[in-house]
Design a protein around this ligand. Structure first.
Ligand code: PBG
Length: 349
């Protein structure tokens, strides 16, 4: 019989830390044993303050239209968007992002509707502002809701022309800032656009306009349902791989984000969200700027499709997926779940 001290205990065999830090002195499950212990040791917390609600707009009065590829998401006319902004305020959601579904007749090669001070997003912005609500309004800067070919930039010959697009983005930005946007969110991925827009805002006296750059935005197949919602899926010719990033790259995201910060971005975004949590982590950790993640339309559609089949518990995957962004270091999340998540948080789940 070997002496007890010479025996290799099964506990020592599974110990990863050795010595006094080993099982059974250490039992990780002690801190997980009850709801109160789990709450006490939670490392991250999700609150309504973390949420940004993307809302789609349509023309008309008292109109709401379902988006079939995004169950539960509707396009709203301006009067209903004002009501939605009121609900968002009541739920403690700090900001909304507005996206127009532009009438096909107003889309053109030059995207001139983007600079119309009375276009759908500008009218909606003014209407929400006039309601005097305590809510941030984020407007995308990109030409895709306004171009007949569905690209974010101007097409000259066979190319998406970077520098010609910059001028158009600057005009769009000024019109949107004048309408009362608190945040402009360039989502077009042209080079130099943050600097060009920042300069124009400063020169135009819009010194407080925040730039939230879609800084690391990938050429992703997860944007499909969004393009349905804004009506650009059928118009889009080709793909966006000459301006949006390649899914294979990480270091390139750090360069993109660094450039946007140096050009005057106040906040940055990584997009899509869940498949790119590694990028959220690297950007937030290495660059230490307010880093947002966009849980995009395709991510929402996937979760909803499974939930509608009874394969996933919708509320639980919603909360778990949003917590994943916090854990990765996101300051906040753009998510179509925003109102549902805010309600669930208020109910204490
Ligand atoms: C437009 C824009 C897109 C999204 C936000 N702004 C689509 C795209 O780049 O094609 C996607 C959002 C989503 O999928 O929820 N530039």
């Amino acid at each position: 019989m070997p002496k007890p001290s010479q025996q290799t205990s099964p506990a020592a065999a599974v110990s990863t830390t050795g010595g006094a830090g080993a099982f059974p002195n250490v039992r990780m499950r002690r801190n997980r044993q009850a709801d109160w212990t789990r709450r006490l040791v939670a490392e991250n917390r999700l609150s309504a303050d973390d949420l940004i609600w993307p809302v789609f707009l349509i023309d008309g009065e008292s109109r709401r239209e379902a988006v079939p590829s995004m169950p539960g998401v509707e396009r709203l006319s301006i009067d209903l968007a004002v009501k939605a902004a009121g609900e968002a305020c009541d739920l403690g959601i700090p900001a909304m992002a507005l996206f127009p579904n532009t009438d096909a007749r107003l889309r053109s090669e030059e995207a001139s509707e983007a600079f119309n001070p009375d276009n759908l997003v500008c009218r909606a912005t003014r209407a929400i502002r006039e309601a005097g609500l305590n809510i941030g309004l984020i407007l995308d800067v990109a030409l895709d809701p306004y171009t007949s070919h569905g690209h974010d930039g101007l097409v000259i010959g066979e190319r998406i022309d970077n520098d010609a697009t910059l001028e158009a983005l600057v005009r769009q930005s000024l019109v949107q800032a004048e309408a009362g946007a608190s945040v402009l969110a360039p989502s077009d991925m042209m080079d130099g656009r943050i600097g060009a827009i920042r300069q124009a805002l400063e020169a135009g006296g819009h010194t407080d306009t925040i730039l939230m750059s879609y800084a690391a935005k990938y050429a992703s197949a997860f944007y499909g349902p969004f393009r349905d919602a804004v009506g650009s899926s059928s118009t889009l010719k080709g793909d966006k791989r000459t301006y949006q990033m390649d899914a294979a790259n990480t270091d390139e995201a750090i360069r993109e984000v660094s450039l946007d910060i140096s050009e005057g971005a106040d906040m940055v975004m990584v997009k899509p969200g869940m498949p790119y949590l590694d990028i959220v982590r690297r950007v937030s950790e290495e660059l230490r700027v307010p880093t947002f993640a966009y849980q995009v339309s395709g991510e929402y559609a996937m979760l909803l499709a499974a939930a509608e089949n009874g394969w996933l518990d919708q509320d639980r995957v919603m909360m778990e997926s949003l917590m994943a962004f916090k854990r990765a270091g996101a300051a906040g999340i753009l998510t179509y779940f925003a109102p549902a998540a805010a309600k669930a948080l208020r109910a204490g789940s």
